[in-house]
Design a protein around this ligand. Structure first.
Ligand code: ADP
Length: 238
């Protein structure tokens, strides 16, 4: 209908504006972060008196940087999904772990890998890594008192199509059905003050663009499992 058309044009315009603003904000943030380091060196020992202030500025600018990065990714996913369109999933899963190792250590989380997929997934490594890191970070957030993070993969035929199924599951707090039904909505978050609510909507978008699916199963108090299915890459790598 005309109404829907107007709506989608509006959304596209908002996406463009968001991407533009996010780009512009990136530079001043980089300048603040860079100068903070310089400032710390200039004040030298006296910086100790202002440790809390330095740390707060540091943390909060870093938070801004992350929000801006996610907004950009949300508005212009194509910019991030470039590159090779075939991913060895086990390799990508293993590449994600160093990025979250500090969180895993801090929270006494054990990691179990059950990686058996042999086929390549038809998605760029950057996109797949982005999706997996989002899921893994959420899983870690859901286990403040420790638990187990399971990363699994297997070749899986779906509707007659060869593909790869990936699972990221945790033994964390889980979700009520009302929450689970909204997690892929942009800006939906239960992490007041720290969440952006963009991680899962970005992940959903990247997986859908690759013609895959992403599903969630969650039980409050027991944990959550995300399963991604991606079609197999069958062409030649370029
Ligand atoms: P954010 O993490 O910034 O809130 P996301 O889009 O990644 O944004 O997630 C949206 C919401 O989904 C989270 O705020 C949380 O309530 C819920 N969620 C996501 N993953 C999990 C999980 N593994 N366990 C419990 N809740 C989760």
């Amino acid at each position: 209908t005309t109404k829907q058309l107007v709506m989608s044009e509006k959304l596209a315009a908002i996406g463009e504006i968001t991407a533009g603003i996010a780009h512009e904000i990136n530079n001043p943030i980089a300048v603040i972060q860079g100068n903070l380091e310089v400032l710390r060196e200039i004040v030298g020992d006296r910086a100790n008196d202002a440790q809390t202030e330095f740390r707060l500025i540091d943390e909060q600018t870093e938070r801004m940087r992350q929000i801006v990065t996610k907004l950009l990714l949300f508005a212009r996913p194509d910019e991030f999904s470039g590159g090779e369109e075939a991913s060895g999933t086990g390799e990508v899963v293993r590449d994600c772990l160093p990025l979250v190792r500090h969180l895993i250590r801090k929270q006494q989380i054990s990691v179990r890998e059950d990686l058996h997929a042999e086929g390549l997934a038809a998605i760029s490594r950057t996109a797949l890594q982005q999706v997996l890191v989002n899921l893994i970070v959420n899983a870690i957030h859901a286990m403040p008192d420790g638990g187990e993070l399971l990363l699994a993969s297997e070749d899986h035929v779906k509707d007659g199509r060869n593909g790869v199924a990936l699972t990221v599951s945790d033994t964390g707090v889980g979700m009520e059905p009302e929450v689970a039904s909204r997690i892929f909505d942009p800006f939906f978050t239960t992490k007041k003050g720290t969440g952006t609510g963009l991680g899962l909507s970005i992940s959903h978008m990247l997986v859908t663009e690759a013609e895959g699916t992403i599903k969630v199963k969650s039980t409050p108090g027991e944990g959550t499992a995300f399963t991604i299915w991606l079609p197999e890459f069958s062409g030649r790598a370029h």
